[in-house]
Design a protein around this ligand. Structure first.
Ligand SMILES: NCc1[nH]cc(CCC(=O)O)c1CC(=O)O
Length: 350
């Protein structure tokens, strides 16, 4: 007899309810509901519930993300609740998940990726559609050093300014009549999930802008050793997204970056062959880049290989990181680190 995960053998005890948790932002809640609905559809006899909490990253809105710099800003408090058993699964944008997880936590599922590109949102009432249209000196809001570094290369005539808050807050800051911003750059996936895809006037794609590692993909983090939950999660994983994102994350891990370093990536998986057990092989191509904050230095390389497993994919990401470091990326990242430490000190002294 095979047992259904979640149904205990003991007829006296109630079946387990699986609790999915995330940050409390509107986007995080929508994403968690997407995962809950997918689990409920796959396992109709089990019960799933959600729990939302605000994290350090949500509370500290005043300091630039760049300076906060902590890689686990969005995930740490949630992981405490996961580890002590208060909740069973954490739903994250994979982009926000550090490349090294704490002991006792692991990624249980990576769901099918939305369009991974960044997009332009122009202030309400202005006629511009893309970055080329914007007048010299226009202020672009983004708190991502990756976006600023890469865009400065092509658009030195534009200015970039930090903008924080959840997506609704940022859009309100953009549209405020007296506000400084002409446009924002935001991940397309987040806007689409929030139902605000109609605000996008242009996608910013390669060669102008490489997206962040794992942008557009949702992940479920679980307790290592919770085999019941791991089994449930396996049903949600989208193989092609998983292979691509694991390659990207391996690259970033080796470059020792988190979500706040100027690292961009573009990945494709083609010539895919699948069997009953899922993906068998495919041609994985990955382009990575590291850019200095002022846009003056840019190191970029591409590798492509036929891969047969998630481990192969990670190896290709690793190899790309080594190549980037050999070609000067390490020095750029050290500079970024030094600059961050200096600015953090200045803030402390104020
Ligand atoms: N760091 C914030 C964050 N984390 C994930 C998304 C969007 C959704 C995604 O990329 O999966 C965003 C907003 C943004 O970058 O515009």
């Amino acid at each position: 007899m095979t047992s259904t995960p979640g149904i205990t053998d003991d007829v006296e005890s109630k079946p387990r309810t699986f609790i999915l948790a995330s940050r409390a932002s509107q986007l995080a809640q929508i994403q968690t509901n997407i995962v809950r609905d997918a689990l409920q559809a796959a396992f109709p006899s089990l019960s799933f519930d959600t729990s939302f909490m605000s994290t350090e990253g949500d509370k500290n809105q005043s300091q630039a993300l760049y300076l906060l710099g902590g890689k686990a800003l969005w995930t740490k408090e949630l992981e405490v609740a996961l580890k002590d058993g208060t909740v069973d699964m954490l739903v994250h944008s994979l982009k926000d998940v550090p490349t090294i997880l704490p002991d006792g936590c692991e990624i249980g599922a990576i769901l099918e990726r939305e369009d991974a590109v960044d997009s332009l949102v122009v202030k309400q009432g202005l006629p511009y559609r893309n970055l080329d249209d914007l007048p010299d000196g226009s202020v672009i809001g983004t708190s991502s050093v990756r976006r600023v570094a890469q865009l400065r290369r092509t658009f030195p005539r534009l200015q970039f300014m930090d903008v924080r808050g959840n997506l609704n807050t940022r859009l309100a800051k953009l549209d405020a009549p007296e506000g400084p911003f002409t446009a924002l750059i935001l991940a397309k996936a987040g806007l689409v999930r929030l139902g605000m895809g109609d605000r996008i006037t242009d996608n910013l794609d390669v060669p102008v802008l490489h997206h962040a590692v794992s942008q557009g993909a949702l992940a479920v983090e679980i307790r290592s050793g919770d085999s019941q939950v791991r089994e449930l999660c396996e049903a949600l994983t989208h193989g092609e997204t998983q292979w691509k994102c694991l390659a990207e994350r391996a690259m970033l891990r080796k470059l020792e970056g988190g979500c706040s370093v100027p690292v961009g990536v573009t990945t494709s998986l083609t010539h895919v062959e699948s069997g009953q057990a899922g993906l068998k092989n495919g041609l994985l191509q990955i382009t990575g880049c590291v850019t200095s904050i002022d846009g003056s230095l840019h190191v970029q390389d591409t590798l492509a290989e036929t891969v047969q497993s998630p481990e192969d994919a990670e190896q290709l990401g690793n190899k790309l990181a080594t190549l980037l470091i050999d070609n000067g990326a390490g020095a750029i990242l050290e500079d970024v680190g030094r600059d961050r430490a200096k600015r953090a000190n200045e803030v402390k002294e104020k």
